[in-house]
Write a protein that binds this ligand. Structure first.
Ligand SMILES: *Cc1c(COP(=O)(O)O)cnc(C)c1O
Length: 441
């Protein structure tokens, strides 16, 4: 299909109806296309690497439900397992076998001894922080600018005026008292971490970080950075919370930890998971050392609960997905990721658009800036107008990228050669469209 064939009348009509009943017409802000303009595509169905919108247009999906769909959409075995689970009833509020099996699978594949299920990544990080505070009897939490951990009050924080200064609310609605115990530091900055711990070390309950940030685009930890964080926390009696909601079971079979901790010989005290482990249904988890997790109710005093936590349908989807996430799956995704990184860089170079491609394991993103991105300040130097033009040219050519320059491009094992060809064919004209915005300005 060419640009002119693509009609969006049905998406536009739904967007109008949606805006009349839902703020901004969406249930999570990035979906509204505010960063790129235009009408979000309302998706009717998806299979493998492909989305079909309500106007009948098809797109290669490079969002994959923000990383969740590791095996692609409507994978036949996941579909079958979920349908069978639904037929047995969708929620009982009692313990079930799939929860035990999924917990066993996660304990086998990650640096956690015990795991507790929740329904979203937000709940996972919120609960991990509560546990860290409960275990240590301390209040202060350290996080990095540009790392996203869900919409937890204390983590929607903007840096204070200096590295060892407490944070300010990052959004209206978060009281100053919620962020008054949060320190926000620049990512990959050892000196800032050392300074914050030197000044506040005996008050810090935990440091929480994305295992490899993917929510400002992909910013890999500099070599040894996660090990340094683990050591620094240990030296001050604080807990190291590694947020693998995005990277878990995606950056590699063992998540980001498989790319650093597993070989360097350290492990986080607590780890959070979500996205891939839910297989496209609402499921997430936090876990860690047995002695720490034993502080959780009902074993210990730190309260945490959830009506739909460990839901049998969601845990079945997650378990089936993880069992199918074999070495071959990661090899295929890695191969396609390499192909697309090379092709995107080539197209942008030929069009004269400054860019940087960064990756960790099978995860990558393309920054529309000329300098390497090691932290959020560098990510913020992107030419977002150039990205918007690039995004829309890709969309018109049948490729659905993330509708923001600050996101990873996600693949699945269902991205076959036809899907890859579609992306490769679309790149040169999209790069030219990005270049044209630069000439115009
Ligand atoms: C997506 C994400 C979250 C939040 O998960 P939700 O399920 O959207 O609440 C937390 N941390 C990271 C690293 C994420 O990528």
């Amino acid at each position: 299909m060419t640009t002119n064939d693509r009609r969006t009348t049905a998406s536009e009509a739904l967007f109008d109806r949606a805006r009349a009943v839902t703020p901004g017409g969406v249930n999570s802000p990035v979906r509204a296309f505010n960063a790129v303009g235009g009408t979000p595509r309302f998706i009717r169905s998806a299979r493998g690497a492909w989305l079909t919108d309500v106007d009948g247009n098809e797109y290669v999906d490079l969002v994959c439900s923000w990383g969740a769909m590791l095996l692609g959409h409507a994978h036949p075995e996941v579909q079958e397992a979920v349908a069978a689970a639904v037929a047995r009833g969708t929620s009982y509020g009692t313990p079930t076998e799939p929860e035990v099996e999924l917990a066993e699978e996660i304990v086998r594949r990650t640096p956690v001894d015990r795991v507790r299920f929740v329904s979203s990544g937000t709940e996972a990080t919120m609960s991990a922080i509560r546990l860290a505070r409960g275990v240590t009897g301390r209040d202060v939490v350290v996080k990095f600018s540009g790392c996203y951990h869900g919409h937890v009050d204390s983590l929607l924080a903007a840096a204070g005026s200096g590295v060892a200064t407490f944070a300010l609310p990052g959004t209206p609605g978060v009281p100053a008292s919620s962020t008054a115990l949060t320190l926000v530091l620049p990512y990959n900055d050892r000196a800032a971490v050392a300074a914050a711990f030197a000044e506040h070390g005996d008050r810090i309950a935990c440091l929480v970080t994305e295992a490899a940030p993917g929510n400002m685009g992909v910013v890999p930890p500099l070599p040894g950075f996660n090990a340094f964080l683990a050591e620094t926390c240990a030296a001050h009696g604080a807990l190291f919370v590694s947020d693998e909601v995005m990277t878990g079971f995606r950056a590699s079979k063992l998540g980001q930890w498989g790319l650093d901790g597993a070989t360097e010989g350290w492990r986080p005290d607590l780890t959070t998971f979500g996205k891939v482990m839910g297989g496209g249904l609402p499921a997430a988890a936090f876990g860690g050392r047995a002695d720490l997790m034993s502080h959780l109710a009902p074993e210990g005093p730190v309260y945490q609960a959830g009506t739909l936590s460990g839901n049998p349908v969601a845990t079945t989807a997650g378990l089936t997905t993880l069992r199918l996430a074999t070495d071959e799956v990661y090899e295929r995704i890695s191969h396609v990721a390499g192909t697309l990184q090379t092709a995107a860089a080539k197209a942008l170079t030929e069009a004269g658009v400054p860019h940087v491609v960064q990756a960790t394991g099978t995860m990558f993103s393309v920054f529309f800036t000329g300098q390497p991105v090691r932290d959020f300040a560098a990510a913020s130097t992107q030419d977002t107008a150039a990205y918007a033009a690039f995004f829309h040219a890709m969309l018109d050519a049948g490729v659905h990228l993330p509708p923001s320059a600050y996101e990873a491009w996600f693949l699945s094992s269902a991205h076959d050669d036809r899907a890859v060809e579609t992306v490769l064919d679309a790149l040169p004209a999209a790069a030219e469209a990005a270049a044209a915005t630069r000439k115009a300005s």
